[in-house]
Design a protein around this ligand. Structure first.
Ligand code: PRX
Length: 623
């Protein structure tokens, strides 16, 4: 693509200057080697992410600066300086090294929101190895899939996590996940409580037994810029989640740039990103972006509304948070509780508010702006994905003066070239909905799908050759503002968490009594989207309440409780297009009680008549 190459070189200067801000062991001379779809950013440079996030501060002026203030639901609190973080990272790195972790290995981390989880991520990459953090809300089956796919030999976990006052026995979940594991040799267990957990001799070790009490130093290994930093699994359109691989130098450069340009993080910032470490937001916006910038952060282990709906505002007041970053789902929940919970607290320290994970509807945007930000703070609505590494479309500081539009993520970041196209790849006019693509490579882009380079090409780079396909719908208004309009593929967004319909369906059809299933997302006031399942029972079977419960349980067990279906409908037939595609939008319209006329047919191959008759049939046929 000639046009592409021209545009790429336009941005090389920008990225060269951004890249130079990092502490390279061996400076890069090349900015980008682009062999679509694989980009080598700063390919001949050598760096270490742990050094760039920790050593530069701990061995410098920020030594005694607080890196993290941590609190849990009970009000227990801790603070770690950059020096303390450095010491802990080194200690854990030393243990991992003794257990044989080295460059080329993938270490799986399944931990609650504790500071040791962050230290473990940094300890892994200090050795040049790669981590895979699995959100602790995932079930043992989902954890097993990720361990098996990465062939991890070492898993790091905790005896338990605490949420909503309840204990979640993480070590038991790990045990179930690795029962038949052909690869796992070592499980390191952080002991959170005095409660007991089963330990298998020779395989399982408590942190307190193996982590040195003395200070130790593990030299950070210089790795080439494209060394895989982490693999993070995310849902797509098939039954199996994909392991998205991110490299080191390009990713670090991009995370650092994006956080500086949007939130304006600096030495005075007290920053709180509420995301769990198990998602990309936790990786880029808690660990790798802000730590490079040496800011002080808040980490909260627990549920936002526990023990009371004012808990988060209490923390903002206590720590004088200046930059706050959360998801629309949580904001919708807080809106329901009422503003009294907010008004009890002094939130005057806040300067900037961020939103991520899903479309923030104008009503929520305004509430965030007026009630939380007291009309003073700009709202940074950041559109991005696991695959993009960090923000792609979001308001930047120099645009703060410009009026923000509630519900629009505004404009692309410097160096990012999005386009909105129709099904043939032709740019659509302003005001028209289309597919969002990115036309040129950027340093935060994924290196590929773990162990499956074909899949990377096929999913992201084939629909519109030469361009990265995001899987999202978008629209640009006359003034050029971008409006994100949800997923264009068969991926749901439940409370900001991505889940593939195919993934859910493969779990449901594995139930003996079910012949076929369709998973859809329907509008949900709180979560944005909720999961609903349509299922065809095996012939001759009379489905009842019991089978419904079985379906719900099965999804919880195989994926995780955070995707619990809101409804299960049994039908005899599923409406399909002539080519056999399930008409999901029609199922959605039935559940949401909409008229069939509301069903947009952007991609549907079926005629409106067919859709209409299937709709009526389906409504009547729900068993
Ligand atoms: O549909 C978009 C939605 O979340 C998807 C990416 O999900 P994930 O990889 O899990 O990353 C979430 C955190 C970055 C996107 O394809 N999405 C994310 N941010 C926004 C959004 N939709 C609208 N507005 C956003 N700000």
């Amino acid at each position: 693509m000639i046009a592409n190459i021209k545009q790429v070189s336009m941005y090389e200067n920008l990225w060269r200057e951004q890249g130079k801000k990092l502490p390279w062991f061996k400076p890069f001379t090349r900015v980008l080697d682009w062999q679509e779809p694989v980009a080598a950013w700063f390919g001949d440079g050598e760096i270490n992410a742990s050094y760039a996030c920790v050593d530069v501060h701990a061995l410098g002026e920020r030594k005694n600066k607080i890196a993290f203030y941590w609190e849990d639901e009970k009000g227990n609190s801790l603070s770690w300086t950059y020096l303390k973080l450095y010491q802990e990272v080194n200690r854990i790195s030393d243990v991992l090294k003794r257990f044989g972790v080295k460059q080329g290995d993938v270490v799986v981390i399944y931990m609650p929101m504790v500071l040791e989880a962050i230290a473990t991520m940094l300890a892994v990459v200090r050795l040049g190895a790669t981590h895979t953090v699995v959100f602790s809300g995932f079930s043992s089956q989902a954890l097993k899939d990720r361990i098996d796919d990465t062939k991890a030999r070492v898993v790091v976990t905790a005896d338990m996590g605490l949420r909503r006052g309840k204990v979640i026995k993480l070590k038991d979940i790990v045990d179930a996940a690795i029962v038949d594991s052909p690869t796992v040799q070592t499980v390191l267990v952080l002991e959170r409580t005095q409660g007991s957990c089963t330990m298998k001799a020779g395989r399982d070790h408590f942190f307190h037994d193996v982590v040195s009490r003395e200070d130790v130093y593990v030299a950070p290994l210089p790795v080439v810029s494209t060394n895989p930093l982490f693999v993070l699994y995310t849902s797509g359109t098939t039954g199996q989640p994909k392991g998205i691989v991110h490299g080191t130098g390009g990713y670090l450069t991009y995370a650092r740039s994006a956080l500086t340009w949007t939130f304006g993080l600096n030495d005075e910032s007290i920053y709180w990103c509420t995301a769990d470490l198990g998602w990309i937001t936790g990786h880029s916006c808690v660990v790798y972006g802000p730590l490079q910038l040496g800011v002080s952060q808040i980490i909260y282990e627990g549920s936002p509304d526990f023990p009371h709906p004012g808990r988060w505002w209490e923390l903002i007041e206590k720590y004088k948070v200046t930059a706050f970053y959360t998801s629309p789902t949580v904001l919708r929940m807080f809106m329901r509780f009422g503003i009294e919970w907010v008004q009890r607290h002094n939130l005057s320290s806040l300067q900037v508010l961020g939103s991520v994970g899903e479309v923030i509807n104008p009503q929520v945007w305004k509430w965030y702006h007026e009630v939380i930000g007291q009309g003073r703070c700009p709202i940074v609505d950041t559109w991005w994905q696991t695959e993009t590494g960090c923000f792609m479309i979001a308001p930047t500081l120099d645009r703060e003066e410009m009026s923000l539009k509630p519900g629009s993520a505004t404009f692309p970041l410097p160096g990012i070239e999005p386009e909105i196209v129709d099904v043939h790849g032709k740019p659509v006019p302003f005001g028209t909905k289309g597919f969002l693509v990115i036309k040129t490579p950027w340093p935060g882009m994924s290196l590929g799908v773990f162990g499956d380079s074909e899949r990377f090409k096929q999913v992201y780079w084939s629909k519109f050759p030469g361009w990265y396909y995001t899987g999202d719908y978008a629209m640009r208004d006359k003034e050029g503002y971008f409006w994100l309009l949800g997923r264009a593929d068969e991926v749901l967004n439940i409370a900001g968490h991505r889940i593939g319909t195919a993934e859910v369906e493969s779990v449901v059809v594995a139930i003996d009594e079910i012949a076929e299933a369709a998973a859809i997302g329907v509008f949900d006031e709180l979560k944005g989207e909720a999961l609903v399942i349509f299922a065809i029972p095996r012939q001759g079977l009379q489905p009842g309440e019991e089978l419904k419960i079985k379906v719900v349980q099965s999804v919880r067990e195989h994926i995780g409780a955070f995707v619990t279906p809101r409804g299960v409908y049994f039908v005899e037939k599923l409406p399909k297009t002539r080519s056999g595609k399930i008409m999901r939008r029609l199922l959605k319209a039935v559940v949401e009680g909409n008229q069939v006329g509301d069903v947009s047919t952007l991609e549907d191959e079926a005629s409106m008549d067919e859709v209409r008759s299937s709709f009526n049939e389906l409504k009547a046929a729900i068993l």
